[in-house]
Design a protein around this ligand. Structure first.
Ligand SMILES: [Zn+2]
Length: 355
């Protein structure tokens, strides 16, 4: 039986079997997704064009999901689990950013989730304060694409520095408030780029009350990217990471072994990870395999193989499971990764706030 999930994806018997076989006895009862995008489709100001879909695979799979739809998907994908999340809107100038933040606050009130406000580097202190001044908002999501818009390239500002899209006057406000910052690092060299490493160190020194969470393990989707960057930041026990959008079991294992199970929190990067398929790796590159005829999907497998594909989110959890088992992590470690850590960091933020 197929149940519609989101965009072109649905939930089928392959997924039900995969959950029973690989995930049911592993996923803790109480889970918390610390990196998920929720944005009402009506707040998209400019529709996606075919030209943009052909530029970048994420443009083809990232259709906005409303809070009500996200809640419906959570119930399908995590059967019998108590679920909550840290939700953020789309950090993309083709959306109504302030409207999206406000709409997300309402969704988070409705479902008991926490929120990050998407911010623009051009905002004043007052505008940042207004975006985070709400009991459900614990911090912000800056992004280099918020610097400016270019319809011909999603990555016009990929080589920006962190401080270009997260300027000091905003860091001061966020430090004073003790906010959470989910940081998607720039640069095609990813986390290991010298300016990323030095600017992250500087944020940690100069703004120590920010709960800094590096997204996607620093965009370490392949093992070489993890190996050349994570050791440079491993000593700082107060620097955290989310493992969203990482499918590679070797990367999960490497990060968990190096950083320990109390500095990494689970995230999905949904709705992207409702995608069906697998990822393969070769050196510093990866290929997304999927059964849907997207423009980017030039590596089709036989119908028999594609029929066995499950959701990326399930493949990611299985990869984390493999890493945890290889490292001999405890049940408590698993519970911390899948929610305990994020909840602990958020509780500390809220406690400081009230004080
Ligand atoms: Zn994301």
């Amino acid at each position: 039986m197929n149940e519609h999930l989101h965009h072109v994806w649905s939930y089928n018997d392959v997924d039900r079997r995969f959950w029973q076989e690989h995930l049911e006895d592993f996923v803790p009862h109480d889970i918390y997704d610390a990196h998920t995008h929720v944005n009402s489709p009506e707040l998209r100001l400019e529709q996606m064009t075919d030209e943009k879909r052909r530029q970048y695979w994420v443009n083809e799979v990232l259709e906005p999901i409303s809070a009500d739809d996200a809640d419906r998907c959570h119930r399908i994908v995590y059967p019998g689990r108590k679920f909550s999340c840290l939700a953020m809107g789309m950090p993309d100038l083709s959306y109504d950013i302030k409207g999206g933040n406000e709409d997300l606050r309402l969704g988070c009130e409705r479902y008991g989730w926490d929120a990050l406000a998407v911010i623009s580097p051009h905002w004043s202190r007052q505008e940042v304060l207004a975006a985070i001044d709400h009991p459900r908002v614990i911090g912000v999501k800056p992004y280099y694409a918020m610097i400016g818009q270019d319809p011909t390239s999603r990555d016009k500002y990929l080589e920006a520095d962190i401080f270009d899209f997260l300027p000091h006057h905003q860091l001061e406000v966020l430090n004073a408030r003790g906010s959470w910052v989910t940081l998607h690092v720039p640069k095609s060299a990813r986390l290991g780029h010298a300016s990323n490493i030095s600017q992250i160190r500087r944020i940690r020194e100069q703004y120590p009350d920010i709960t800094l969470v590096i997204a996607h393990l620093g965009r370490s989707y392949t093992l070489p990217h993890a190996q050349e960057s994570l050791p440079l930041l491993a000593e700082d026990e107060g620097l955290y990471f989310d493992n969203s959008a990482v499918l590679n079991p070797q990367v999960h294992r490497y990060a968990l072994e190096l950083l320990g199970p109390r500095r990494i929190c689970w995230g999905t990067d949904n709705p992207i990870f409702y995608m069906r398929g697998r990822r393969t790796w070769s050196g510093r590159t990866y290929i997304n395999l999927t059964s849907h005829p997207f423009h980017f999907n030039t590596n089709r497998q036989s119908p028999g193989i594609e029929a066995t594909y499950t959701l990326y989110v399930y493949e990611a959890i299985r990869a984390i499971r493999q890493a945890c088992e290889e490292l001999g992590l405890s049940r408590d470690d698993v519970k911390n990764i899948f929610g305990g850590n994020a909840r602990r960091w958020i509780a500390a933020i809220r406690a400081r706030h009230i004080a």
